[in-house]
Design a protein around this ligand. Structure first.
Ligand code: PEP
Length: 258
């Protein structure tokens, strides 16, 4: 099956609203023929969502917008949190879930990740579910078991139609923001194991159609090698998504692959 590549930029806690206008405009200005063959998603901080959506709407851009996190309850006494109806209202249809920084620094558990995924798919939004092992787990030879357990936990109780809305980003923790990416062979081998796990959970059709991304120090210089892997269908990009030229180059690499 031919899967449409997905390139998502995770801006993390960077860019003021004013800066987010400049960066999203810069990316939009660089978009070229063929970009609609790839799902391109910008995930700015929540406070920037309105500004970024406004820029992209004005340009009639095919680039879409995602959040970096969400609460599973639609509203209520959850100080500091953001609910799905708020994201939808602002024009956001994607959401990163379970990023390793949230798991490590904000103690996000597999169970919370699962609640977020289920709430998002029930609302028709598209989760980008992050999974990935630490260096210690990889050194023990337990990376595949660990990551596939994370996948099973994230998708527990999610049916095939709902799973079809999900993408999974394999992001080895030791490769995030370190400049030390995984090898394409490591990315392919894990992406293949993730796809097998998804097939066991929700069946062949959804597994074949699901986008599995690589994330971890992906940049224009190494993107080609990752995107050439049979089971790697795009990238979740941190640092390189903050530079319009670099991000546009990554999208172009994906476009050239279609
Ligand atoms: C990320 O945070 O999802 C990520 C992949 O970061 P970086 O590209 O900077 O390693």
């Amino acid at each position: 099956m031919v899967r449409k590549p997905l390139i998502a930029g995770n801006w993390k806690m960077n860019m003021t609203p004013a800066e987010s206008v400049v960066l999203s405009q810069g990316i939009s200005n660089r978009s070229a023929r063929g970009w609609n063959k790839v799902d391109v998603v910008l995930c700015p901080p929540a406070i920037d969502l309105r500004s970024v959506v406004t820029v992209l709407d004005f340009d009639k851009s095919s680039i879409e917008v995602g959040a970096q996190n969400v609460h599973w309850e639609p509203s209520g006494a959850f100080t500091g949190e953001i609910g799905i109806p708020m994201l939808k209202d602002v024009g956001c249809s994607w959401c990163i879930v379970g990023h390793s920084e949230r798991r490590a620094m904000f103690a996000e558990t597999d169970m919370q990740v699962n609640r977020k995924v289920r709430a998002l798919v029930e609302a028709g939004m598209k989760p980008i579910v992050c999974v990935g092992e630490s260096e210690a787990v990889r050194d023990k030879g337990a990376a595949e078991a660990f990551v596939c357990d994370q996948v099973r936990a994230a998708l527990a109780g999610v049916d095939a139609d709902e799973a079809a809305l999900c993408s999974i980003a394999y992001e080895p923790v030791w490769a995030i923001g370190t400049g030390r990416s995984a090898t394409p062979e490591q990315a392919q081998s894990m992406a293949c194991a993730i796809r097998r796990t998804v097939r066991d959970l929700v069946g062949e059709e959804v597994a074949c159609g699901m986008r599995i991304l690589y994330g971890g120090s992906m940049k224009p210089e190494n993107a080609e090698a990752f995107l050439s892997c049979e089971d790697v269908d795009g990238g979740l990009i941190g640092g390189a998504s903050l530079d319009a030229d670099d991000f546009a180059a990554l999208v172009k690499t994906a476009v050239d692959h279609v």
